[in-house]
Design a protein around this ligand. Structure first.
Ligand SMILES: Nc1ncnc2c1ncn2[C@@H]1O[C@H](COP(=O)(O)OP(=O)(O)OP(=O)(O)O)[C@@H](O)[C@H]1O
Length: 938
C-alpha cells in the first residue's frame, strides 16, 4: 500500500469486479417521491394513506384503510429485509449487557457515555461539545444503577425531542483547533463569490464597504484580535502550565482531571484513559485496546502536553492525521510530516520542531524509511513518547496490515531514536494480533490496558438480500447455457436495483428515517457512486466517498457531512478509520465487510455521542463469494517468490553495499505479483531474522537528460556526476537516458544525493531532465546463500497470511449466519434485533475463543465439471503459459498484474468457480497442468 497517502487501504476498490459496468438503469429524476413507507413485520411494503402521522411502530396490524401496495417488480420475500421498530419499542440494549466483559461499565465508563440530548434537526455544524455534568465522584455513586440509566438512553434520532444540554464553554479549543498550522505554505485563502471570482467588495450587513475602508478596519480588528487573543491565551496558558507542572511532579488522577477540565472541558476520564496516561507519564511502554470512540487520542494528547520532550504519533492515513491535528486543543502545539508535503513545507515543520514549537508531531510510517528524517529526529531534543495509532497495522495477522508499519520495531525506536516510551493503540486487535504488536514493540504483557471491544449503544441487525433464490436459478442457467451472459447481466442489473430499493425503503422508514447522519458502506467504488446517485434521485442528500476521488473532493464530502449539509455518505472502507462525527446515528453495510474487525471499526463511527445508534447489514451470498475469492488476490507461489528473489539479488556475490532498484510496474507484470506484495517481501528481507537488504526511499529509476548551456564533455570535466552519467547513458536524439541507481553505484553515493545534484544543475540552467519508472530502491547487505530454502520460508509465511485473511472472512460469515439462522433467539435476539448474538460472536472472536457453532459457507468440496472446464480452458488458451494459481484466479474472477481482467474476463470461465474453494480449484489446475507438459510453469 502506498505511503501515507490517504489510500483506503483496500485492494478491492482498486480492482473493481467484472460487472463494473452493470449499473442499473437510473430512475428518472422527475419521478415523484413515494410517500412514507411502512414495513410490516411480514416484510410487505405499503404506502401509508396519510402523510402526516407516523405508522404505529413495529405494528404488524394492517392499517384499516385500503392501502395501495407499492409498485415493485417483485413482492418482498419473507426472509427480508428487516422489521423496523420505533426506538421506543426496540428492545433495550441493556438486554445484551451481560455479554460484555467485567469492568466495562465501571464508573468512569458510564460517566463517559453520558446522555447528551440534542435539539432536533441541526442544519448548522454542531458546536455543542459533549459536556458531562457528573463529577468523578458522582459517576462512581451512579455506577450502581448504570443499567437503569442505560435503558433510558436516548436514541440518535432527529425527531427525539430532547432538551438542550447545559453548554459549557470549552476553554481551550477553538472551532478550528490549531488548523492554521496546517497552512504551511503560507498561502492566503481567497474568498470567492458564486461565480468563483474573488470580489473586491465585501458586504457589511447589506452595505458595501470600500477596499480602503475595509483594509483599515481589518488592520485594527486584526491588531485588537491579536492582543485580545494573546491575553486570553496567556491566562489560559499560565493556568494550564501551572497544572502541567503540578502533574509532572505528581501525576495523580486528581491533577490529571484538573488538566482535563482546563484543556478539554471534560469532567472525568473514560475507562482506561487514566491508567494509560499514568503509565506513559511513568516512562513505561504500553498497549491500549479501547473500543471505537472511547477516547484513545486523549491517551497521547495529555502526555504530549505534560511530558517535556516531543511526542511522535505514527498514523496510517493522511486524512486521519489532518483530522487529529485539527482537533488538537490549541495548547498542544501540533505539526505534520508526510511524504506528500513539498520540501519547503517539510523543512518548515522540521524547523518548528528544532525550535521547540511543536510538541506533538504526526508522521507517516514511510518517513521511517528516510535516513534524513531519522537523523534529524534523533538529533532533536528528547523524544518522550512514540505513539503507534491503529497499531494493528503492524501485524500481518490483522485485517489491515501495512508493510511500512513493520519497520516500527522496538529496536529501531529505542536504539535509533532513543525513545523512552512507546504507546500502541487500537480498537480492533485479536489476541494473535495483539501478541504480534506487543512482541514487535517489546511491550510487556503487564502493560496492556484492554477494556471492552465494544460499546453498548449499538442496535445491530442483519438481513438477507432478496435475490438469493433467483440468483441461484440463473447461475444454473448460466452453467447449462454458456451463451446466456447477456441475460445474466440483465438479471444482475435488475437485482442490484431491487437491493437499492430495499436500502431506500430502510432509510425512509423508522427508525432510520429519523436519523440525521448515516454512513452506508459498500465494497466497490462503483457501488458508492451508483447508490449515492440513486438516493439523490429519491430526495436523500448523499455523496459518495472512495479512494478513486481526489483528496480535495474527499475532504469536501467529509466537510459537508460534518456540517450536516448532506445526510448520507456512501463510502468504501476509505471513509472511517478515526472519523469522529459524534452524531452519526446509523451505519448500514450494503455489503458484507471482510472481517469482524472491519465491521467493528465501521459501526464504530456511529453513536459516538453515547446515544443509541442503528447498524444494519445486508447479507448476500454473491458478495460473500466474490469477497472470499478476493482474499486470494495477493497470494504468491514458491515459483514466483524464487523468481522475485533472483531479480532482487544479483548473481554476483560481491554486490554487498550496492544500491539496486526494482521498477514497480514492469516487475509486477513480469512476476505476476502486486506492488504491495513486492513491498511486503522486501520489508521482510530487511526486517526478518537475517537482514539481507536495507530499503531506501522509492525513486524514479530512469532519467532522460538534455544539456542546454555547456557541452556534455566540458560539463563532465567540471561535474563528476555528469562524467558518470555519460559513461552509463544511452544517447537518443540528443538526450541521454540512464539508470539512476547504476550511476549512483558508480559514484558511491545514494540515489537521492545524485538527484539532488541534478536538481542543482537544473537550477543553474545547465540541464533539464525527466524522471520515470517508480521503483523500490534498496542497498544489499547480504546475498542469501540458499535462495531455495529462503523462498520456501517466505512462501510458507505468505500462505499463512493468506489463510488468516480467509479465516477472517469466514468468521464474518459465521457471525452473520449465526444471527440469521442458528441463534435460538432466547437472549434478547429477535428477527430484527441481533445485538446480543452478534456482540457475543464479536467478543468470542476477539478473545480467540473457538466455538462449535462456527459455520463455513465453502468447504473443500469440488465440482464434477471443474477438471473438464480447466482442461477446455487450457486447450483454448494454448498460446499462454499458466501456473495453477493463475488458472484458479481466472476461475475465481480475480485479476492479477499478468492476467488483467480487461483481457481475461472475456473468457466464459472467468469467475465461474467462486463457490468452490480456491485451493481446490488450484489443485485441480495443478493436476490438469501436469498432463500438459510444457505449459506448466510450476
Ligand atoms: N474523558 C472524556 N470525556 C468525554 N469525551 C471524551 C473523553 N475523552 C475523549 N472524549 C471524546 O470522545 C470522542 C472520541 O474520541 P477519539 O476520537 O479519541 O476516539 P478513539 O478511541 O480514537 O476512536 P476510534 O478508534 O474510533 O478512532 C472525541 O470527540 C473526544 O473528544
Amino acid at each position: 500500500m502506498e505511503s501515507d497517502s490517504d489510500s483506503d487501504g483496500s485492494h478491492i476498490s482498486a480492482t473493481p469486479p467484472r460487472n463494473l459496468s452493470l449499473s442499473p438503469p437510473r430512475p428518472s429524476p422527475t419521478r415523484p417521491l413515494p410517500p412514507p413507507l411502512v414495513v410490516s413485520n411480514k416484510s410487505r411494503i405499503r404506502i401509508k394513506p396519510s402523510k402526516s402521522k407516523p405508522a404505529p411502530s413495529g405494528s404488524s396490524k394492517a392499517p384499516s384503510k385500503p392501502e395501495p401496495v407499492l409498485e415493485t417488480p417483485l413482492s418482498l420475500p419473507t426472509d427480508l429485509p428487516f422489521q423496523i421498530r420505533r426506538p421506543s419499542d426496540a428492545p433495550s440494549v441493556s438486554s445484551s449487557i451481560e455479554t460484555l466483559p467485567a469492568g466495562f461499565f465501571s464508573s468512569s465508563h458510564s460517566a463517559s457515555f453520558a446522555k447528551i440530548r440534542r435539539p432536533l434537526i441541526n442544519q448548522e455544524p454542531s458546536v455543542i461539545e459533549p459536556v458531562l455534568t457528573t463529577t468523578a465522584s458522582d459517576s462512581r455513586a451512579d455506577s450502581t444503577d448504570a443499567r437503569t440509566r442505560r435503558k433510558t438512553r436516548l436514541p440518535n434520532l432527529i425527531g427525539a425531542s430532547a432538551p438542550m444540554p447545559t453548554v459549557k464553554p470549552r476553554p481551550c479549543s477553538g472551532g478550528d483547533g490549531n488548523f492554521v498550522r496546517l497552512n504551511l505554505s503560507g498561502k492566503r485563502r481567497k474568498f470567492l463569490n458564486k461565480k468563483g471570482k474573488s470580489s473586491g467588495k465585501r458586504y457589511k450587513r447589506g452595505k458595501f464597504i470600500s477596499r480602503h475602508e475595509r483594509e483599515g478596519k481589518e488592520k485594527d480588528i486584526g491588531e485588537l484580535k491579536q492582543r485580545g487573543d494573546c491575553k486570553i491565551r496567556e491566562i489560559d496558558c499560565a493556568v494550564v502550565e501551572e497544572a502541567v507542572a503540578a502533574t509532572l511532579d505528581e501525576p495523580s488522577e486528581e491533577n490529571l482531571v484538573k488538566i482535563l477540565k482546563l484543556v478539554y472541558g471534560y469532567d472525568c476520564f473514560r475507562d482506561g484513559q487514566v491508567e494509560a496516561i499514568q503509565m506513559v507519564l511513568a516512562g513505561k511502554s504500553g498497549a491500549v485496546v479501547l473500543p471505537t470512540g472511547a477516547g484513545k487520542s486523549l491517551c497521547y494528547q495529555l502526555p504530549a502536553l505534560i511530558l517535556p520532550g516531543i511526542t511522535l504519533v505514527v498514523s496510517p492515513l493522511l486524512a486521519l492525521m489532518i483530522d487529529q491535528l485539527r482537533q488538537l486543543p490549541y495548547v498542544i502545539k501540533g505539526g505534520l510530516l508526510t511524504s506528500t508535503q513539498t520540501p519547503e513545507e517539510a523543512s518548515e515543520s522540521l524547523m518548528q520542531l528544532r525550535q521547540g514549537e511543536i510538541k506533538l508531531l504526526f508522521v507517516s510510517p514511510e518517513r521511517f524509511l528516510n535516513e534524513g528524517f531519522l537523523s534529524i529526529i534523533s538529533s532533536l531534543p528528547a523524544i518522550s513518547l512514540v505513539v503507534i495509532d491503529e497499531a494493528h497495522c503492524i501485524s500481518e495477522w490483522s485485517h489491515n496490515f501495512r508493510p511500512s508499519f513493520m519497520r516500527l520495531r522496538a529496536s529501531l525506536l529505542r536504539k535509533t531514536l532513543n525513545v523512552r516510551a512507546v504507546l500502541a493503540m487500537t480498537a480492533t486487535a485479536t489476541t494473535t494480533t495483539l501478541d504480534a504488536i506487543m512482541s514487535a514493540l517489546d511491550i510487556p504483557h503487564s502493560n496492556l490496558i484492554q477494556k471492552a471491544h465494544f460499546r453498548d449503544n449499538f442496535h445491530l441487525s442483519v438481513s438477507m438480500v432478496r435475490n438469493r433464490q433467483v440468483i441461484r436459478f440463473y447461475i444454473v442457467l448460466e452453467l447449462v447455457y454458456f451463451h446466456c451472459l447477456n441475460f445474466v447481466k440483465l438479471m444482475f442489473e435488475f437485482f442490484e436495483h431491487i437491493r437499492m430499493k430495499d436500502l431506500l425503503i430502510m432509510i425512509k422508514s423508522p427508525p432510520f428515517a429519523e436519523v440525521q447522519s448515516i454512513i452506508i458502506y459498500c465494497k466497490f467504488q462503483y457501488e458508492t457512486d451508483q447508490i449515492s446517485r440513486y438516493l439523490n434521485d429519491h430526495s436523500i442528500l448523499a455523496k459518495s466517498y472512495h479512494s478513486g476521488i481526489t483528496a480535495k473532493e474527499r475532504s469536501y464530502v467529509q466537510d459537508l457531512f460534518n456540517s450536516n449539509k448532506i445526510r448520507v455518505v456512501v463510502a468504501t472502507v476509505a471513509f472511517g478509520m478515526g472519523l469522529d462525527k459524534s452524531d452519526v446515528g446509523a451505519v448500514i453495510h450494503y455489503s458484507l465487510p471482510e472481517s469482524l474487525e472491519e465491521y467493528v471499526q465501521e459501526i464504530g463511527r456511529a453513536g459516538r455521542d453515547g446515544r443509541l445508534s442503528y447498524c444494519h447489514l445486508f447479507y448476500d451470498d454473491e458478495t460473500f463469494f466474490k469477497l472470499r475469492s478476493l482474499m486470494y488476490s495477493e497470494g504468491v507461489d514458491e515459483y514466483a517468490v524464487n523468481k522475485f528473489l533472483r531479480e532482487v539479488f544479483p548473481s554476483d556475490k560481491s554486490s554487498c553495499g550496492k544500491i539496486c532498484s526494482l521498477i514497480k510496474e514492469s516487475a509486477s507484470r513480469r512476476l505476476d505479483m502486486k506492488e504491495e506484495v513486492m513491498l511486503t517481501l522486501l520489508t521482510r528481507l530487511e526486517l526478518g531474522n537475517v537482514q539481507y537488504l536495507q530499503l531506501l526511499p522509492q525513486i524514479n529509476a530512469t532519467c532522460t537528460l538534455a544539456f542546454h548551456k555547456t557541452s556534455p564533455p566540458l560539463l563532465a570535466q567540471k561535474v563528476s556526476a555528469i562524467a558518470a552519467i555519460l559513461k552509463r547513458s544511452e544517447s537518443k536524439r540528443g538526450q541521454y537516458i540512464f539508470d539512476i541507481p547504476t550511476v549512483a553505484n558508480d559514484m558511491g553515493v545514494t540515489a537521492v544525493k545524485l538527484t539532488n545534484q541534478l536538481y542543482d544543475l537544473k537550477l543553474m540552467g545547465e540541464i533539464t531532465y525527466e524522471m520515470k519508472d517508480m521503483a523500490y530502491c534498496y542497498r544489499i547487505i547480504e546475498v542469501p546463500t540458499d535462495l531455495l530454502s529462503l523462498s520456501e520460508d517466505i512462501t510458507q509465511w505468505l500462505s499463512e497470511v493468506e489463510n488468516c485473511k480467509v479465516q477472517k472472512m469466514d468468521a464474518m460469515f459465521s457471525a452473520v449466519y449465526y444471527a440469521l439462522n442458528l441463534c435460538d433467539k432466547m437472549q434478547g435476539c429477535s428477527g430484527t434485533n441481533h445485538t446480543p448474538c452478534l456482540q457475543r460472536k464479536i467478543l468470542e472472536y476477539f478473545s480467540g475463543v473457538e466455538n462449535a457453532d462456527f459455520c463455513k459457507k465453502i468447504d473443500g468440496q469440488s465440482s464434477p465439471f471443474l477438471r473438464a472446464d480447466i482442461k477446455v480452458f487450457l486447450q483454448s488458451n494454448s498460446q499462454a503459459r499458466f501456473t495453477p494459481r493463475a488458472v484458479a484466479r481466472i476461475m475465481h474472477g480475480i485479476a492479477s498484474p499478468a492476467y488483467p481482467s480487461t483481457t481475461w474476463s472475456k473468457t466464459h470461465f472467468w469467475g465461474r468457480y467462486t463457490r468452490i474453494d480456491f485451493k481446490v480449484v488450484m489443485e485441480a489446475a495443478k493436476e490438469e497442468l501436469k498432463h500438459l507438459v510444457g505449459k506448466c510453469t510450476l
